[in-house]
Design a protein. Structure first.
Length: 213
């Protein structure tokens, strides 16, 4: 994914009290609707929209030649927090972190996240963020959970995601097993049951049974 000024989107994440806690993830066009938005903390719709607009305004107007971090906006704590971001093609990835956090450490964390997305989706693009939101969240959850960074090794993250995908496919197969069993029984060519059975001088009439079909 290469830097480009056009048609930018933004993903916003946040840290609090020295731990990387996801506050929100947002993806949108410069002149269009929000494509992806998830806020962890409960807040009104108006507040969410204000944070989206403020953060995007602060980040998107910056020149490509300046550093990739700046003081946070008023709605996300001002000087108590800072915005650290990377710009990839049509995407902005922004972390809002405590002012004491290492800028280089967060930049590395963003890079690992993006490279993991790229590996899992085989050359990730914005459509993957739109149509595979659950998988994107699973990848992020492997990295950050409950306010702490759990994993930064891309290979380990990908291994866990692959294991989740295999488990989901296995569960989907088990869920369809009963239906396949019923279908198989319906399609069986069972021999016709005789209506009368004669045993010596005794004649037994077999009642009609309901059809499986």
């Amino acid at each position: 994914m290469h830097a480009n000024h056009t048609d930018a989107r933004l993903c916003l994440l946040s840290s609090h009290a020295g731990y990387y806690t996801v506050l929100a993830e947002i993806a949108f066009k410069v002149h269009g609707p929000v494509l992806l938005r998830v806020f962890v903390h409960i807040m009104s719709e108006d507040t969410q929209q204000q944070i989206i607009r403020e953060t995007f305004h602060l980040v998107s107007k910056r020149d490509e030649n300046v550093c990739n971090f700046l003081e946070g906006g008023l709605l996300i704590g001002g000087s108590d927090n800072k915005l650290i971001y990377r710009h990839y093609a049509t995407l902005y990835f922004v972390f809002c972190v405590d002012s004491s956090e290492s800028e280089l450490g967060i930049l590395d964390l963003i890079q690992v996240f993006v490279e993991t997305l790229d590996k899992c989706f085989e050359n990730v693009c914005e459509l993957d963020l739109i149509f595979h939101v659950d998988k994107v969240h699973n990848i992020l959850a492997e990295m950050v959970m409950g306010g702490m960074v759990l994993e930064t090794n891309m290979n380990e993250i990908v291994t866990q995601i692959d294991a989740q995908n295999k488990l989901e496919k296995s569960e989907a197969g088990l869920a369809g097993a009963p239906a396949r069993a019923v279908s198989a029984v319906k399609n069986m060519n069972l021999p016709e049951i005789p209506r009368n059975i004669n045993i010596g001088d005794i004649s037994i009439k077999v009642p009609n049974l309901p059809s499986f079909k």
